[in-house]
Design a protein. Structure first.
Ligand SMILES: [K+]
Ligand SMILES: [K+]
Lengths: 448, 448
């Protein structure tokens, strides 16, 4: 005899609403005349798209950032990226702590959902660590970038560029200010600058490991313990970085539109850069449209997997991917347990991995099908676009600026779901947990 | 202290070798001068491709069947389809039974693997049933088709056409003899003949249910029991038939190159036909290349799922698909058991479904990537082609006849793996089952 259900504000629902609100505030700011270089403010839908892209740290843009927005507008975007990357709950907690307020149980439950944690214990401590991590890495990144940008652009612009790109990189946002070299040029002008071509990936790879992993690695000298989670994240990140870089090197070797024209050193650096950036960073130093289709396909796969849980990156996540592969491997070897590093991964986690993947694929497929109807672009290009939006990657084969209004809304929704994770959105939409009243006898259907 | 391993002929390996041998014999026959209409025999690679397509009941063709092959050649193809559809082990067992021989334990183990059965008991009985089912349905189908083909083509050609198309349809082979209406025209000339447009789907839908289901339905009047397997097959088949037909009706409504020019009745029949044929039959009555990309995408999804286990069709199979969806649904509802029709599906079967799907997707993705390198065709078209080959469907956006030799070999291997099932091939390649020596403690990675 339960009371009639009201619309309860469960943690997943609060997260969805919080992100939506942050985006709306951003959209209002970005539709003001003061944020653009010209006199005409951009249309509200474009402002909404840009705010979503910034808060969801995606980097897909319908207007070139540097050439459209004033410095004020760029700073707004930078702040939106920072709020989106840290997570609005992280920001709220930070303010609460600075004001000396207590963080309640309800807030801790939301934090647990926000950072994909298993337990409530230690989530406030985690937020403190996360803030320190952001400060240290974004500061360091800006310092190193400054050694290149200050000589290039002078003190004022140099420091500004260093801070903007360090924040954008560590948050895996993929926004850049290089429109002066041509609209949407991303980091292509710096393809043969190894300091920039290596500092930026270092920032987004570390940012993409997830806070839990970074904290654990820092504490290792005291704890002497590495969890299965961290081992799987490091292993999978290593595999994907290697597979991406070697794959691109192998396929694009000699392609005159990409690696063909570069020296040996630049070829290796560019292949590395382009192999790691689909893991949700979204910068590019090579012309994506000039790549062979096989490379574009490889990039789609890397974008779909994305970064690690509890990071600023999107995708189904490295642990989801490796858990599925481990389950498949066990099955082929005739073993019922999914074992990794001498630990058994519980059935429940395997099912969760399966669920995340199926929901994500369903989303990408539906969005692609709808985009083929709303857009006149090539099917493969819109497929690339929707995976990029879902993985909050921000790479594009050039479709984004030409998206129709319904197309913009579709891509915007995809970025939103991609940033929050399909499970959080599914839980927010679902009517709440229902416990099975009785257990049913087992019966096997034939499979495959 | 195990003895050194030899290459053991396990059931999966015998199945792989048996199918390969059947294909090779077919390829040798089809490269003889007597099987073609002209004087020049077709190249051996083309004969191998055609034999693979016939034995794997796919229907992708590099030469139009009617315009290239003599009647003798067509009969060879028809027999290859029959052997491939029944399965070479079914054929071998049939001969053994006709000769009064006993079927040994080893053969029963192979039959179990061949028909994706769970138990060895009853497999010989199953083969007997299967032979009867083939005879009844192919005979009935030929009779009904004859009422249309004999008036059209006269007695001799009419009966021949009826038998050929009935066998091709019930085995989900997708081969046709309508080249007289233009190369590769498939059943497009009969788009407004409801007898043909409904008999052929009836045959391939029943054939695609799988023998276990058909036998169970026939025995229902005595047993009064329907297994979970049969319920899931019927439910999923129903859902996919409805989704495919309505989807195509909805998207293609008014497309002048497909449904637009047809009367209301013909529109409905054509949408139904085109909605069910991707479920591995491979005939088409509408021009596939003229469809909107969204429809082609929908067809790719249907082809990937395919028919039911233990049928002549390919794909990951209906039960695999529905098991995954049920697992996802349970997870979102917070339930640990995967429940359907008041039965719990064991974890093991869910893992098997996951494994089949991941292996299949990996295959399709790798083949597509390689085809983008070997072929100059559009990426989306070769993606369509590789899913069609894997699902042993045989639909094509026109790529097949232009495939380069490496492309032909790639598609041929894909059809082969698609017909045998990725699990059987994986087991054939794997070194054999290894039991886990110790159980490891559980530890959860964070997922999604
Ligand atoms: K990004
Ligand atoms: K077929």
């Amino acid at each position: 005899m339960q009371p009639k259900k009201q619309l309860r504000l469960t943690p997943p629902r609060i997260l969805v609403l919080g992100f939506a609100l942050t985006i709306l505030i951003g959209a209002v700011l970005l539709s003001l005349p003061i944020v653009v270089e010209g006199k005409e403010p951009i249309p509200f839908l474009d402002a909404l798209f840009t705010a979503t892209s910034a808060v969801c740290v995606t980097g897909l843009v319908v207007h070139d950032t540097a050439n459209t927005f004033s410095t004020f507008g760029e700073v707004v975007i930078m702040l939106l990226i920072q709020v989106g990357g840290l997570g609005f709950m992280g920001f709220a907690t930070l303010f609460a702590l600075l004001l000396g307020k207590r963080v309640g149980v309800k807030e801790r439950l939301i934090l647990r959902e926000a950072y994909h944690q298993d337990r409530v214990g230690g989530v406030v401590q985690l937020v403190k660590y996360i803030v320190v991590i952001f400060g240290v890495f974004e500061g360091l990144g800006a310092l190193i970038l400054a050694t290149r940008f200050i000589p290039l652009f002078g003190w004022k612009k140099g420091i500004y560029f260093s801070v903007f790109h360090s924040i954008s990189a560590f948050n895996n946002a993929g926004f850049d200010l290089n429109g002066a070299f041509g609209d949407y040029s991303s980091l292509t002008p710096f393809v043969n600058d190894p300091v920039i071509s290596l500092t930026i990936p270092a920032l987004f790879i570390i940012g993409g490991l997830g806070f839990v992993v970074i904290v654990e690695l820092f504490q290792y000298r005291w704890t002497r313990r590495i969890s299965l989670h961290t081992k799987l994240v490091l292993l999978t990140t290593g595999i994907l970085v290697a597979a991406g870089s070697f794959g691109i090197l192998l396929i694009e070797w000699g392609n005159p539109r990409t690696l063909g024209g570069l020296s040996f050193r630049d070829t290796v650096v560019a292949a590395f850069f382009q192999g790691v950036t689909p893991r949700t960073a979204g910068f590019n130093t090579l012309d994506l449209a000039g790549m062979y289709p096989a490379t574009q396909f490889l990039i789609i796969l890397l974008m779909f997997v994305g970064a690690s849980p509890g990071s600023t990156g999107g995708g189904i996540k490295t642990t989801t991917f490796i858990t599925m592969l481990l389950a498949v491997w066990s099955m082929i070897r005739g073993q019922d347990d999914v074992v990794s590093f001498r630990r058994t991964i519980p059935h429940h986690q395997v099912y969760r991995a399966l669920t995340v993947t199926v929901l994500s694929m369903t989303l990408v497929i539906i969005v692609t099908m709808l985009l083929t109807i709303t857009e006149s672009s090539d099917v493969f290009h819109v497929f690339f676009e929707s995976v990029s939006a879902f993985g909050t990657v921000g790479l594009s084969l050039g479709v984004t600026p030409d998206l129709s209004p319904p197309g913009r809304i579709l891509v915007l929704i995809t970025m939103f779901i991609g940033r929050l994770g399909p499970m959080t959105v599914a839980y927010a939409v679902a009517k709440g947990m229902i416990k099975p009243p009785i257990r049913h006898p087992e019966e096997k259907p034939l499979i495959g």
